[in-house]
Design a binder for this molecule. Structure first.
Ligand code: SF4
Ligand code: SF4
Length: 183
């Protein structure tokens, strides 16, 4: 598992940023990702936030564990104002990755079925068919689509949400595929 201090140095972070550059969040989404889960931060995230927000210390929880200081923000995120991020340019690493998230397994990433995640998923299914020649199973497609329809409800009720698991190796070729698709 990635140490919390290393969040800003995840090896696939840039690839995720390239992928996300092809998408945007619909204006109708009420910033679900900022309201439902803890956001872990590392020292670099804190440093960046301090440049923007003078009262960041009041908004972030910190504690010591195994000799290390850990940080998190609890939902709804204290930096969310009228469903907009008030520290957008300084937002933490995990916020910059959503709807992707890290997993307990270091060689995969998770894709959440929010509105943007559903659009990425459509492209991923197409890429799996055309490039990997390894179609996403119909069962996985059904589960993801159902999760998308009930995403906010399930998150609010703390119910399990089926998500797509993507191998890091596939993520890199997926990014190349998107580059050629969205030239
Ligand atoms: S990343 Fe997903 S949940 Fe977050 S604002 Fe965009 S569409 Fe909404
Ligand atoms: S820092 Fe900004 S993007 Fe991250 S959870 Fe808070 S409001 Fe959302």
């Amino acid at each position: 598992m990635y140490g919390k201090r290393r969040l800003s140095h995840l090896p696939f972070f840039e690839t995720v940023q390239e992928i996300l550059s092809h998408y945007s969040c619909p204006s109708t989404c009420p910033a679900i990702c900022c309201k439902v889960a803890d956001i872990n931060l590392d020292e670099n995230d804190i440093k960046l936030l301090r440049q923007t927000s003078k009262d960041e210390a009041d908004k972030i929880e910190s504690w010591y564990e195994d000799g290390e200081r850990h940080y998190k923000m609890c939902p709804p995120c204290p930096f969310l104002e009228f469903d907009k991020c008030s520290v957008y340019d300084s937002r933490p690493t995990l916020c910059r990755m959503f709807p992707f998230n890290i997993s307990t397994m270091p060689d995969v990433l998770i894709l959440f079925p929010c509105d943007m995640g559903a659009t990425i998923f459509e492209d991923y299914v197409e890429y799996s068919d055309n490039i990997l020649k390894r179609p996403v199973p119909a069962k996985t497609i059904d589960a993801f689509e159902q999760s998308h329809c009930s995403f906010e409800i399930k998150l609010n009720k703390d119910l399990p949400i089926p998500m797509l698991v993507i191998k890091i190796d596939d993520l890199i070729t997926f990014e190349e595929y998107l580059k050629s698709k969205y030239v």
